[in-house]
Write a protein of this length. Structure first.
Length: 125
């Protein structure tokens, strides 16, 4: 899929997710008055492998109220995680028989409206 179209779809999903979870579980997205408005950033997690492990890969996301904070990653899904501003980090559980390399986008600091891609490269060892 074209990266531009993929990015548009991811942003649309992230905005929809922000509206669904923002009011109940994250720092409020919209506030009245003089309070600061805080928007979560979208973190897309891509899996690159060949061959891929036979079972889903456990992934944990730490940061400012990540939604979701953990997931099982496989080759047929590309999850979008919402994380509030500040530091974040993605970690992967051990996978027997495979080496894992995380891209620079898997750890760092976020700002308002950021869209970051974390690529997880998995290869047999």
């Amino acid at each position: 899929m074209n990266h531009i179209i993929k990015g548009i779809i991811i942003v649309a999903v992230a905005i929809t997710s922000m509206l669904a979870v923002g009011a109940t579980s994250m720092t409020p997205i919209f506030r009245q008055g003089s309070a600061q408005v805080v928007y979560p950033m979208a973190l897309t997690i891509d899996l690159v492998c060949g061959p891929c492990p036979p079972t889903p890969i456990p992934v944990t996301i730490k940061g400012n109220n990540p939604q979701p904070s953990s997931l099982s990653l496989s080759a047929d899904n590309i999850p979008v995680v919402l994380v509030g501003r500040g530091n974040y980090a993605v970690s992967v559980g051990l996978i027997d028989g495979f080496d894992v390399v995380l891209s620079q986008g898997c750890k760092g600091s976020t700002g308002t409206y950021d869209h970051i891609v974390c690529t997880i490269n998995v290869s047999p060892n």
